[in-house]
Design a protein around this ligand. Structure first.
Ligand code: SAH
Ligand code: SF4
Length: 347
């Protein structure tokens, strides 16, 4: 609006530092400027519909985005950190066959404001109530595929890392993708954040069944983009997420194949035991199989962790987020619960 640059920093400090959304309370602004801000900008934050606290301390918030759409944001407290799992879309169009969000279909993208507001509301809920807990990490692992909503996600990633915003260190902001290769390359140019890649299978035949997007961008092309992403970055590693599904991708041979596949990429492997949801045809893996898988990866020299299932009593675990919305695509009705029969669209 032709104001001086430092006003932007002041405004951000009010909003993200003091949680002040009323421009008329911006006391270091002139009365005229306060009014001008109020005339031009909207600081309405999504309404909190519900808050569920799990037995393990995980908190899930349902946030109303508009009259038809609500999304979920999850806080996962751990000993030395607190991770916020942020959504990027209402639903998801990529139809991974083992994911509750995918099974819901796609409704719409979230705006930059709706993405960053999740961090704002969560931080406010955590620090301004009785619970004095902190968010140290943000992962774009909630509902939706963040790189399918690139233009709105990128500015949100910037506000998360800006000193006048939330000030998170680059490596503490992670984008998780099911493998949109061109957008991985673009992200590498635009933002120095951490990357997690949902691989789930060591070969194309199996990955295509789990992640239909693999038909468009196969494992070879995905891993090339991953190599480029870490090239020249000190200590950078890709996190490969591998949802371990009982009897599907949990075999010893698959673990060995995975270790060979990732041999020349600086990375770590994060195993996520499959979390069931209503209507799924898949099963959780046997704990012994997960251990065996992990041992094989570690014996091959990888850092390999098993993601603890958190918040499953409140349906907040990985792959269980479904939000509440009208499925305008009505895919559940058209194709039934078997998500593999649905057509693939990237929107
Ligand atoms: N769309 C992005 C980020 C959201 S999903 C992506 O796919 O990477 C976050 C992680 O949870 C992904 O690795 C996803 O594959 C995994 N996931 C999805 N459904 C799951 C389920 N039912 N059980 C365990 N993990 C699941
Ligand atoms: Fe979408 Fe990720 Fe779920 Fe696949 S796993 S359907 S990309 S949210």
């Amino acid at each position: 609006m032709g104001e001086q640059r430092f006003r932007a920093a002041q405004a951000m400090k009010w909003i993200y530092g003091d949680y002040q959304l009323d421009f008329h309370q911006f006391t270091n602004f002139s009365k005229d400027l306060r009014q001008k801000m109020a005339d031009h900008f909207d600081t309405t934050v999504p309404e909190l519909i519900s808050e569920h606290v799990s037995n393990d301390g995980t908190i899930k918030w349902l946030l109303k985005m508009d009259s038809d759409n609500a999304i979920e944001t999850v806080y996962i407290p751990e000993k030395n950190r607190g991770t916020l799992c942020v959504s990027s879309q209402v639903g998801c169009s990529l139809n991974c066959t083992f994911c509750a969000t995918g099974a819901q279909g796609f409704n719409r993208h979230l705006s930059t404001a709706e993405i960053i507001a999740q961090v704002w509301v969560a931080a406010k809920q955590l620090n301004h109530g009785t619970k004095n807990r902190r968010i140290t990490n943000v992962v774009m692992m909630g509902m939706g595929e963040p790189l399918a909503n690139y233009d709105r996600v990128l500015p949100a990633l910037n506000i998360m890392r800006d000193d006048h915003g939330f000030g998170f260190a680059n490596k503490r902001v992670t984008v998780s993708t099911s493998g949109l290769v061109p957008q991985i390359r673009q992200l590498n140019k635009d933002a120095d954040v951490s990357l997690a890649v949902s691989l789930h299978a060591p070969n194309d035949a199996l990955r295509e069944q789990l992640v239909p997007l693999n038909k468009k961008y196969n494992i070879d092309s995905l891993l090339s983009a991953c190599r480029e992403f870490v090239a020249g970055k000190k200590k950078a590693r890709i996190t490969f997420e591998y949802t371990v599904i009982g009897g599907v991708n949990d075999g010893a041979q698959q673990a060995h194949d995975l270790t060979r596949l990732l041999r020349d990429i600086p990375c770590k492997i994060n195993l996520i035991p499959f979390n069931p949801f209503p209507g799924t045809r898949f099963q959780s893996p046997n704990a012994k199989k997960v251990d065996q898988f992990k041992e094989i990866c570690m014996a091959a020299g990888y850092i390999c962790t098993v993601r603890k299932t958190r918040g499953d009593d409140i349906a907040a675990a990985c792959g269980q987020l479904a939000g509440e919305f009208m499925d305008r695509t009505r895919r559940s009705a058209m194709y039934g619960a078997d998500t593999s029969k649905r057509p693939l669209e990237v929107r």
